[in-house]
Design a protein around this ligand. Structure first.
Ligand code: FES
Length: 304
């Protein structure tokens, strides 16, 4: 993990704080590509993931945009109340689980703070090859709208004055070769998935309630390298059980979307509840997310 300093913290929109992170000694930062994110450790030790929304050519700073979510799990609240210029944050990455694939045409659909990973994507593409549909609660809540205002192909849709995004209208007229990228609340992602049969690239910042495992059904798990076998009771997660004997096991979101707790499965059939693995990866059963995954049968053997 590297330690970076907050060089500036500015209000980007209602409820959105923009951070610029830099190396305290001015060293060049690791390169990244559009769609990448950082894993950030806050002063309290809380770990969160934020998309990079600046310019990949700028190797002196990383730019993040963080939405304040009072009903969230505390990470965004801490950033908004306790992080400012000069704060030192632990950073891992950049990682990219949302890369831009080659395509003739692109449609980007952003809901709220979901605009962040899409900003560097559209800047990297030739004008005329993409369009962006960006919805938000109100114009005041929509971060980076001034930056976007001058770009051809951008449609801003503040819900309070323009209503919801017209997904049927936009997706209905697209050629099947269009690469559609969507980032935003779960409801938006689901709505796009239902309407678009072509190539679709999505990034979830939080898991849908139905995707978070309901701890149910007991099973046994053998940790092959540790040499221990545990029983995972109904009512607790596999990750919780594993942490008792492997305290250093890697995890972060605990909701099945960041990929940090991905673990190799040696035997048994995992029951996946994550949004990291593709359908093919899930069907292969060779890895799983400990935080939300369980066992289909009575026993799993993990490479831990
Ligand atoms: Fe994020 Fe498991 S901790 S996917």
């Amino acid at each position: 993990m590297s330690m970076l300093t907050v060089r500036s913290a500015v209000r980007e929109a209602e409820g959105v704080l923009g951070l610029l992170l830099a190396d305290p000694a001015g060293a060049e930062l690791a390169p990244w590509e559009p769609g990448a994110h950082l894993e950030v450790t806050l002063p309290s030790g809380t770990v969160r993931h934020y998309s990079l929304c600046g310019d990949p050519a700028d190797r002196s700073t990383y730019r993040l945009g963080v939405l304040r979510e009072p009903a969230g799990r505390g990470g965004s609240e801490e950033i908004h109340t306790a992080v400012g210029e000069g704060t030192v944050l632990g950073v891992r990455g950049p990682f990219n689980r949302f890369p831009l694939v080659p395509a003739e045409r692109y449609l980007f659909i952003a809901g709220g703070i979901g605009i962040t990973p899409l900003l560097p994507m559209i800047r990297s593409l030739p004008a005329g090859s993409w369009s962006l549909l960006y919805g938000g609660r109100s114009l005041a809540s929509m971060a980076y709208r001034e930056e976007l205002a001058g770009l051809r192909g951008v449609t801003l849709v503040p819900q309070d004055t323009a209503g919801p995004l017209d997904l049927d209208g936009v997706l209905g007229g697209l050629s099947a070769e269009t690469a559609v990228y969507c980032c935003g609340p779960e409801g938006l992602l689901r709505a796009v998935e239902e309407r678009w049969p072509g190539p679709l690239h999505t990034e979830r910042f939080g898991a849908a309630p139905s995707e978070v495992a309901t701890p149910s059904g007991a099973f046994e798990v053998e940790l092959r390298r540790t040499g221990r076998t545990l029983r995972v009771e109904p009512g607790r997660t596999l990750l919780d059980a594993v942490r008792e004997v492997v305290p250093g096991v890697a995890y972060s979101c605990e909701e099945g979307w960041c990929g940090t707790c991905e673990t190799k499965v040696i035997a048994g059939t995992p029951e996946h509840h994550d949004s990291v693995l593709s359908d093919e990866e899930k069907a292969s059963g060779t890895t799983m997310m400990l935080c939300v995954g369980r066992a289909c049968g009575p026993r799993l053997v993990l490479d831990l």
